[in-house]
Design a protein around this ligand. Sequence first.
Ligand code: URA
Length: 199
Amino acid sequence: MNKVIYEDDFDLSEINSLEELQNMAGNCARCGLRGGCSGVVFGEGNPEARLMLIGEGPGADEDRLGRPFVGKAGQLLDKILAAVGLERFKHVFIANVVKCRPPGNRAPRPNEAESCLPWLYRQIELISPRIIVLLGGTALQNLVEPDARITIMRGKWLVSKSGIKIMPTYHPAALLRDTSKKRPVWEDFQKVRDEYLKL
Ligand code: URA
C-alpha cells in the first residue's frame, strides 16, 4: 500500500458525513466523465460496514440506476457474498474507483481515476472499514501500486498504513468471462469472511 494518502489540493477533510460527501460528489465535474454519464454512482451499503468492496467504475446498468454493481457482474457479486454469509446492505459498503461511467465500459484513464480518488479516500475515512476487498486490476492499481498485477496479488493480504486489511481478488466480470476464476475468488472470499468473523 503506497498510495494510502492521496496528495491533492482538493481537500475533503472537513466533510464529516457520508451524506454530505454524496451530495457534494453529485455535483462533481473534476474530469470529463461527468459530461458523458447519467449521474454519479456514489456507492451503497451499510455506512458503518467493517468491510468495503471497491470495483472499477459504473457500467451501463449502474449508470442507469445510480447504484453500484447491479448488472450481471453485480448479481454474481451478491451471490458470492451470500455464499460466504454476507449481505450488501447489512455487512458491506460497495464503491468504485470512479463514480461516473467511462464510455463504452472502458477502464478509467489515470487522470479520471486521480480526479475521482479523493471522494473514495474520504468515503474510506468516514466508513472506516477494517477490511477492503479490491475487485480487479483497476482497483488494485489505483489503490495499491500502478504496476501491480491482479493475477499475482490476488488472494494475499496486504495492510494499509492505517491498518486496514486489504484483499485483492478478481473482478466478478472476469469470472463471467472465465469460469476458471470462480474457485480462486471463492477461496479469497472465504479468507475475507474468516477475517471478518474475527473482528
Ligand atoms: N463493475 C464495476 O467495477 N463497478 C460497478 O459498479 C459495476 C460493474
